[in-house]
Design a protein around this ligand. Sequence first.
Ligand code: PEP
Ligand code: MG
Length: 888
Amino acid sequence: MAKWVYAFGGGSAEGEKGDKNLLGGKGANLAEMARLGLPVPPGFTLTTEVCTAFYRNNREYPAELESQVEAALADLEKKVGKRFGDPENPLLVSVRSGARASMPGMMDTVLNLGLNDETAEGLAELSGDRRFALDSYRRFITMYSDVVLGVSHSTFEEILERFKEDRDYTLDTEIAAAEWEEIIAEYKAAVRKALGEPFPTDPRDQLWGAIGAVFSSWMNDRAITYRRMYDIPESWGTAVNVQAMVFGNMGETSATGVAFTRDPSTGEKGYYGEFLINAQGEDVVAGIRTPQCLTKVMREKMGDPQPSMEEAMPQVYAQLIDVFDRLERHYRDMQDIEFTVERGTLWMLQTRAGKRTARAALKIAVDMVADGLIGEEEAVLRVEPSALDQLLHPTIDESYERDVIAKGLPASPGAAAGKVVFDADEAEHMAKLGEKVILVRVETSPEDIHGMHAAQAIVTARGGMTSHAAVVARGMGRPCVSGAGEIKIDVAARTFTARGRKVHEGDMITVDGATGEVLAGEAKMIKPELTGDFASLMVWADRARRMKVRTNAETPLDVQTAKEFGAEGIGLCRTEHMFFDADRIAAVREMILAEDQSGRIKALSKILPMQRDDFAEIFRIMEDRPCTIRLLDPPLHEFLPHTDEDVKAVAEATGLPAAGLMERAKSLAETNPMLGHRGCRLGITYPEIYEMQARAIFEAQAIVEKETGFKPVAEVMIPLVAVAKELEILKVRIEAIARKVEKETGTAPVYLIGTMIELPRAALRAADIAAHAEFFSFGTNDLTQTTFGLSRDDAGKFLGDYLEAQIFEKDPFVSLDQEGVGDLIKIAVERGRGARENLKLGICGEHGGDPASIRFCEEAGLDYVSCSPYRVPIARLAAAQAALKKSA
Ligand code: PEP
Ligand code: MG
């Protein structure tokens, strides 16, 4: 019989160690903590397989589930010595989700389940604290109604607020037990009114209601958005954990808290967390009350007047940090922990690898290598390549005079400037229009994640370092200032005020996530330092990787930046970008509009020295690293004059009549330029263009070699080849130019001639093409376009719908379609290498900087990937991880 339910607690647990796939992250770690003998309230886990079966069977549970849950419940009752639904001695449980990958706040939780009028009395009796029992009961009604019955949280909040207002109370703690009874009666009436039936009183009905709600929450909008953002497959499903309740709200010796075993923002060693006395877990995360610091050091640093846990509960604190240390050593990673203290007794509710900023990930990985906890290769695998983006982001220039308008907590590092917006939809809307925005909210909730993603940075007026805003921003790599209490937001007026100043929606501000400051205006930023831990990790990554990493760059600035980031060559220099320069466009237009070859040659002779200078500059910077220079690619009409003025300028330069030039310009227009007269087709029909470019390359090599003694290495790349013959013809012409230049300069250029593989036919006929090519570089932008028959320029208009409908899992222009386009690449690799064993293989489409695509390139056996300069470190790390995972 299939096993759907696994028990844990009391020093042991069922199931395989660390089986997150089956038990979900939370369930697997609870089981693990139980096995370690840590104080874990006992409970049981309904596996992720229940979830997948549930969705497969039209939202019906497997037949054996009910009896297995009953058995687990009976076992749990025995362990804790209480009975579910027993008015004398009631067992209460929490019901929580727990997917394989953590999805904080995305799915539902119900606490204090099992309460009704009778069991609440029993709880009051048993605890000797009527107020506590009723507080738990009203929390349960609120949470259960919201999560399971669909009666909104605000219904209950309004009742409570009104009640407090009528009596002039400000705090919940002012409400007496008898008054809670009144409120509970009102709550129940509100549920009856909303649903037409009473709040469920049978604990078993409550339990199945909550289990159903958690499984259903796997498909709620927030969870779907989150999965899409973090590439979590829908097929994984979530587990459900049912666990005996322990109470942090049983008075002044009870508490609840969350902690990291190291600083999740900087990675510094030291315990880092918050707790609340006399509260339940939801209170900390919701950011409603301001929590107290865990440690004395932190309290002093923050200038917090409330005592830290270290001071307020020294014994439990000592026990807690002992648990922290054991967990870190056991998991060999920084942990994110939830705990509850019930009348002086410590209970562990959760542990998991803590989410962290890239900076912290780096520091923790490097520190753990130094401490001998992990090896260099494991450290390389610990840092998410795309998270490095955060470290490559700018910080505010020291010399910049800061105009601070508010200060909050430094919740997520990095700095960013943008226009103020007050809601997530607006943030997304403005970002789509190309605006940089800063999302300013009282606090954020999981409904805001799309806006947080669209924003450059996030500011909240409420909430601590572990508030939703802080946790999510760190995960996303967005700078964040949280809990900036000075900020008073007027949502209706779309303004905020702080320190007596008013800021309107659309005003520019800068957020410094490292100091917690919010500045007026746009601050001056500086480039990040890439030394220290970053450099150490990169050295280990470089040791681990097999593929080289090159860059796509053509301006000296980009080439220089890429070199500093560790680029080992240029994988794509798009020469047409050099044609667009203001001071040369006239000559380019003259060339295009020339009536005949001699006119073109005359114009090209003006462009030659400029191209030669460009190439020489690139060779100087790259020294002996290989530089792939691609000959002219785009359709000529892209360079055509737009205005009468442009035409006049060309007319003056050439002495040709403006009217004739206009005619010629019109005649060049194409219906479908992406599939038109571009790439090597230009080289075939206008040989003099490629000949000029080849000459500029070889002459530049001679100049730089004479000047520096280095031998620049050119890889001359022919774009958009479909047929081997195209390459054969062009290669002969280029080689002839090389020989001529060698004769003229006395220097033999070092060069290869190769092609881009960016058309399906080229991939399929790779063997014929390899007969003439010394290298292939996969132009996956065009290869994606032509494989899908999907226009690069127009797809953006409807790709969103395709992603929404899950026709595409990811934008195929961002992350390689490994099935279709990937198949063509594999075919080309096999056929190309079959024809020429030492064929050099690389990729230079946008995918060359995407970690998942880089992994594919490693598997396909490419020699290098090439990407934009800022992605070079990401690609180095991703290539290292790909190599390690392949050999693993
Ligand atoms: C490509 O098509 O992948 C490529 C790199 O060339 P471009 O983007 O310039 O067409
Ligand atoms: Mg291309």
